[in-house]
Write a protein that binds this ligand. Sequence first.
Ligand code: SF4
Length: 86
Amino acid sequence: MPNVSEEDYQERLDDCFNCEHFLENLNRCGKCGCLVEYKARWKTTKCPIGVWKQQIVGEGGTSLEGKIKRNEENKEGDNTETSDKV
Ligand code: SF4
């Protein structure tokens, strides 16, 4: 799974550590239950409430366009991506 840059990783962690939903004693996000040290590392993950965003990756894990805009249509707590497009 492709990783974000070290700078982006630290920014994501800072956001999580300062988030009201961060469960410090478990090191997990209280919204999705993920361990933030792993969740924040991967390009394909995103914050369930849009504090930080998924980074689009293409073949071979190359970045297509960097960070994408927050998807306001996602339901809070939904951390999955689905598509019917072919
Ligand atoms: S992933 Fe989002 S909601 Fe969860 S702790 Fe981090 S900033 Fe907060």
